[in-house]
Design a protein around this ligand. Structure first.
Ligand SMILES: Cc1cc2nc3c(=O)[nH]c(=O)nc-3n(C[C@H](O)[C@H](O)[C@H](O)COP(=O)(O)OP(=O)(O)OC[C@H]3O[C@@H](n4cnc5c(N)ncnc54)[C@H](O)[C@@H]3O)c2cc1C
Length: 416
């Protein structure tokens, strides 16, 4: 099977790694064309977004141009927004016309799931994109600007209260970064504000935080958060958000000008509209090869896929680690199909998790070893630096971190 057109939708963790792996596997080979499509022309390294918000890392340094990553022409990139997919006709419909395919890899990521909570979409700050991270940073700085000249103690308290909904990795990492930014840097420069006036609340529906790590480490993390002054409310589903307050299921109301939604991921509208089996989060149910039945040659990976792991007896979580391993598996199977060889089922191998808990602190498990405190945080930085794309960007982030050790975080609220 030679000279086929492989179209990959999305240049995030799943899509970009599929394109790179296929480019490598098909080098000098089959005459097949690899085309990568994305509505933005950069790959976003979302695990460092909370450091963008806190001002530890510059926004540009977590975004890399896909064209530069394409290297020596192993795959082509086109900036297009996917509108829908016609699986029967083997056509992707985009804002700039139709794109036919022989093989299709759908790696469009996910969108925020508000679980139908009243007022959540209108009154919370989402946290998925680079714009979200920069917007939140500006918003936090604006709250401090307003609080420092606010004479009414009640209104000042509301301006300095930040509620995060969801205590997964993103919520926990962002809460601790915000706490460091607010208590270590901002209160020092906004004279007249008492550090005790800054309130950070993490509202979690279940009975535990950071479900990606073991119960023991999660308990340790919870203890650390509480000692840092972060109010963690377990068993506290949010049932409504208004302009200025969060309502919990037990009837409590938390007054806060800022509510950040760090809970819930569901499939993008393009995947939700596919005429295939989907789960309650809109994700497409894939088989053991990550293929979409009954459409051979169409794969779904990453946050948009419902991929059941028979060994874990669970659907794999929406993480970069899962998306990258799925990408490698799909690239391998497409290359095998082009050579007329049988496909191999996807096997997920969990390598561990590391969670930053603010400067100098963290928890994590890697290859069966557990870490906490400074060693976990140093390992976290080392691992994520190694996972960044491109040496130029690794150096940029490393320099940002070195500057952060010597000088305090920037306070400029840049708006353009
Ligand atoms: C703040 C944050 C922190 C995170 N931290 C971690 C972490 O520490 N560790 C970890 O393992 N995971 C982490 N994750 C999760 C991880 O980022 C995702 O699981 C991973 O990115 C999923 O990969 P993906 O390829 O499915 O989607 P993505 O990486 O999101 O890529 C999807 C791509 O599709 C593009 N796209 C979407 N819709 C369209 C369209 N209609 N047309 C064209 N292009 C489109 C997007 O622009 C994007 O480039 C984090 C996520 C967030 C938001």
């Amino acid at each position: 099977m030679m000279g086929r057109r492989i179209v990959i939708l999305g240049a995030g963790f799943g899509g970009l790694f599929t394109a790179r792996e296929l480019g490598r596997r098909l080098r000098g080979g089959t005459g097949s064309e690899i085309l990568l499509l994305d509505s933005r022309n950069f790959h976003l390294f979302s695990p460092l977004l909370h450091e963008v918000t806190s001002g530890s890392v510059e926004p540009r340094h977590v975004a890399w141009p896909v064209r530069a990553l394409g290297g020596t022409g192993r795959f082509a990139f086109e900036r297009r927004t996917v509108r829908s997919i016609e699986l029967e006709r083997k056509i992707v419909l985009t804002d700039r016309g139709e794109v036919p395919y022989d093989f299709l890899v759908i790696a469009l990521g996910g969108t925020t799931d508000y679980y139908g909570v009243r007022g959540a979409e209108q009154n919370t700050v989402p946290y998925k994109t680079l714009q979200d991270a920069v917007r939140l940073r500006n918003h936090v700085l604006e709250m401090f600007e307003r609080a420092v000249i606010e004479p009414d103690p009640g209104r000042r308290k509301r301006l300095l209260s930040f509620v995060l909904v969801g205590a997964g990795c993103t919520g926990v990492e962002l809460a601790t970064e915000l706490r460091d930014l607010a208590r270590k840097t901002l209160v020092r420069h906004y004279r007249g504000l008492d550090p005790r006036e800054v309130r950070i609340v993490l509202a979690e529906a279940t009975g535990r935080i950071i479900p990606c790590v073991s119960q023991r480490l999660a308990d340790l993390g919870l203890d650390k958060l509480r000692r840092k002054g972060i109010e963690v409310r377990l068993h506290s589903p949010v049932v409504g958000v208004t302009d200025g307050a969060v309502e919990l299921e037990n009837g409590d109301r938390i007054q806060a000008e800022t509510v950040i939604w760090t809970a819930g991921v569901r499939a993008t509208p393009v995947v939700e509209a596919l005429p295939v089996e989907r789960d309650k989060l809109g994700r497409a149910v894939v088989n053991e090869y990550l293929e979409l039945p009954p459409f051979p040659g169409v794969y779904v990976i990453g946050d948009g896929a419902n991929s059941f792991d028979p060994r874990l007896q669970a659907v794999l979580p929406p993480t970069a680690q899962v998306a990258v391993q799925q990408a490698r598996s799909v690239a391998g199977n497409i290359a095998r199909q082009l050579r007329g060889e049988p496909k191999r089922p996807f096997v997920y191998r969990h390598r561990g998790d590391l969670v930053s808990l603010g400067t100098g602190d963290g928890v994590g498990e890697i290859v069966g070893l557990t870490f906490s405190g400074l060693p976990a945080w140093l390992l976290w930085r080392w691992v994520f630096l190694a996972k960044l794309r491109g040496w130029k960007n690794r150096v940029r982030v490393a320099l940002d971190w070195m500057i952060g050790c010597l000088f305090e975080r920037d306070l400029a609220k840049l708006e353009w």
